[in-house]
Design a protein. Structure first.
Length: 243
């Protein structure tokens, strides 16, 4: 019987996820945001059902990391989770356990060249799939003040007056090539008290969500989930923001 070795990064809510989804031996598993197998390795060690499980991610680094599971019979799909949900639904596939973990992973934040974090300087990219779409730098370059303010307000949950002010400053000082430059500008012009969280955090979240169409992906995927679940199946969606 094969055993999946635990990942280097253990998800924060792993224990709670396993408790709520309660994967059982022999059950099939669909992970629509498999990442570095933080959840998948734990689930597969409980189900031992590799050939009836599918792991999805649009990040090429994650897919490369997951190849050892493909060697054990797990199917890998290198695409976004909405496209995967459509494809699997059209194939008539159903699963006992389905998981979506929204947002960015710790390994992605640690890779400065990905542009997700200002803690590790790098190009202002933020694309989870670098094969397609526009970068955060390009999004900023082509957006109006109003468009950027809406993104920061709706996806970053900044008060609109703050979002509008930041959008004006960002547009006035563009273009941007790296994450540190943008983060420093936001910190310099942020209005109000600066607490423990860096003032650029919510704007970076907003840009990432917009670049990757994360909410659009979720809106498209949720109606497909009932078609992907077997009788008695369970689905979990993990989010660390209130959007």
């Amino acid at each position: 019987m094969s055993t999946v070795h635990p990942p280097h990064h253990v998800p924060v809510l792993l224990d709670a996820t396993l408790r709520e989804l309660a994967p059982q031996k022999g059950e099939s598993y669909l992970d629509l945001t498999a990442g570095y197998a933080g959840h998948a390795s734990a689930v597969l060690n409980l189900t031992h059902n590799y050939t009836d499980s599918v792991l999805v991610d649009r990040d090429e680094y994650a897919i490369a990391h997951l190849q050892h599971l493909a060697d054990q019979g797990v199917r890998l799909l290198h695409t976004d989770f909405a496209s995967a949900a459509r494809q699997l639904s059209e194939e008539g596939r159903t699963f006992d356990v389905v998981l979506i973990d929204l947002g960015v992973s710790s390994p992605q934040l640690d890779q400065g060249e990905r542009g997700f974090s200002f803690s590790h300087n790098g190009p202002l990219d933020m694309r989870m799939d670098r094969r397609t779409g526009i970068t955060a730098a390009q999004l900023i370059q082509q957006s109006s003040v109003q468009e950027l303010a809406t993104i920061i307000h709706e996806y970053g949950e900044e008060p609109y007056t703050q979002a509008k002010h930041l959008a004006e400053v960002i547009v006035a000082n563009r273009p941007y090539n790296d994450t540190e430059t943008l983060a420093a500008l936001i910190k310099q012009h942020y209005r109000g008290r600066i607490g423990k969280i860096h003032p650029a955090t919510r704007t970076f979240q907003a840009l990432r969500i917009a670049v990757n169409d994360e909410l659009g992906q979720l809106r498209e995927t949720l109606p497909l989930l009932p078609k992907l679940l077997r009788a008695g199946g369970r689905v979990g969606v993990i989010s660390f923001h209130s959007l």
